[in-house]
Write a protein that binds this ligand. Structure first.
Ligand code: FES
Length: 431
């Protein structure tokens, strides 16, 4: 957490350990800074505190003390907090027993098994039996979309999914409908998810602490997978992704919360773009055109043909265009090839007309064809943001999340200049 020099600091004690944090920090976050991990179900970094599950309960010691949810209670100077008192442990055990009355407990067939917060906390809090019980109710899976399944009897209505959809992705495609035991998550207005503004980012699945919202393309247990951290190359956002794989195949992208430029959040391309890696529609061999036919050939043969053909176009008769999907490294390699091997300086990036105009306006204004501020500054420091060009939710989705976030939490204003109407334009101060 960055602390500005003018930020007021507060010192408190958590489990006897002194910790100093900026005023306004919640107890759960202060505990994290002190290296104490508190259990939670409805807390999600960057989303507004919800305080509904109460699993993060701690005890404030002293005359004005008592049990309180740590994720939604700001620290006070001199506060003393216990995260492990008997009262705290017993209240968490009671809360878990309440959840377990109605929870499906179909862990062996649940994708979330092994990384489910409810499962982990049931184990950690030593819940072996439940004195509270009634007949379990069950409902079949609901297929929300080609990506998303919903299992009602696993849902704990923590609203992480609906909050991320509204507060971060900015589309409110799903919401909580009904009350009490009949409450469920549903596409907004009860319509088909395909008819909402859903962007298929999968963030609702990513933040679900139990297995209520699951990925229809994933059918593994987390312990079967190895992980490799990488940077997404599918837009300019530079998001950190956690690629999980086994037996030589990519199985899913998971989320490293509070890491990288994206702090764990992803868009549709980040979440499911990996499927192109093993798509059956990929080319397995280079192709050479002969007349109207394309023939599969070995790589050596393709390279031989390229060398033979390119030989005739050295110097100014050669130009290269880099795909906008290419990584910096690929673009660098191509420009080296164009200049050093082909002897031409004619190299450019393939841009849509709108992108080219934005690049040129940036160049005229700032001397570089790119933003002069980092993405994190847009989220944490900006008062007004000017968004020019096409739907940022499509071309750079995660940066658009920071706009919604800054708008909601810091009252950052944003102005959208675009001929197109899209969700960010609808929520802007001026379009
Ligand atoms: Fe604090 Fe749910 S995590 S109330």
């Amino acid at each position: 957490m960055a602390v500005r020099s003018e930020t007021k600091l507060v010192t408190l004690k958590i489990d006897g350990q002194e910790v100093t944090v900026p005023a306004g920090t919640y107890i759960l976050q202060a505990a994290e800074i002190a290296g104490i991990e508190l259990p939670n179900l409805c807390y999600q970094p960057l989303l507004r505190p919800w305080g509904s599950c109460r699993l993060c309960t701690v005890e404030i010691l002293g005359p004005r003390g008592g049990l309180i949810e740590s994720c939604a209670t700001p620290v006070r100077e001199g506060m003393e907090v216990s995260t492990t008192s008997q009262k705290v442990v017993e209240s968490r055990q009671f809360i878990l027993q309440m959840y377990l009355i109605d929870h499906a407990l179909d862990c062996p067939t649940c994708d979330k098994s092994g990384e489910c917060y409810l499962q982990d906390n049931t184990y950690l809090h030593n819940i072996n039996a439940n004195p509270y019980r009634r007949p379990k109710l069950a409902q079949p899976y609901r297929h929300f979309s080609k990506y998303i399944d919903y299992k009602w009897d696993r849902c704990i209505i923590c609203a992480r999914c609906t909050r991320v959809c509204d507060e971060m992705v900015g589309v409110t495609a799903i919401s909580v409908v009904g009350r009490g035991l009949e409450a469920s998550i549903s596409p907004s207005y009860g319509i088909d998810l395909a008819d909402t503004t859903c962007t298929h980012c999968g963030m609702c699945i990513a933040v679900c602490p139990v297995g209520a919202l699951t990925d229809r393309h994933f059918a593994h247990h987390p312990w079967e997978l190895d992980a490799t951290e990488t940077i997404c190359g599918l837009c300019d956002g530079g998001c950190t992704l956690n690629i999980e794989h086994n037996r030589g195949l990519v199985r899913r992208v998971s989320h490293l919360w509070e890491r990288g430029a994206n702090l764990g959040y992803t868009c549709e391309r980040g979440k499911w773009g990996h499927e192109t890696v093993q798509s059956p529609e990929r080319l397995y061999y280079p192709k050479i055109r002969e007349g109207n036919d394309y023939l599969d050939v070995e790589l050596d043969e393709a390279l031989r043909v390229v060398v033979e053909q390119f030989r005739h176009y050295q110097g100014s008769s050669f130009a290269a265009l880099v795909s906008p999907d290419a990584t910096n490294e690929e673009g660098y390699a191509l420009q080296r090839f164009t200049r050093a091997v082909m002897g031409s300086n004619s190299i450019d990036r393939l841009l849509s007309r709108a992108q080219a105009e934005v690049d040129s306006a940036l160049f005229d204004s700032f001397g570089v064809g790119a933003s002069t501020a980092g993405l994190s500054e847009m989220r944490s420091d900006s008062n007004v943001v000017l968004v020019a060009g096409p739907d940022i939710g499509k071309v750079a989705a995660v940066p658009s999340y920071w706009l919604y976030w800054a708008h909601r939490y810091r009252e950052t204003q944003f102005i959208v200049v675009s001929p197109d109407q899209f969700p960010l334009a609808d929520r802007s101060d001026r379009w």
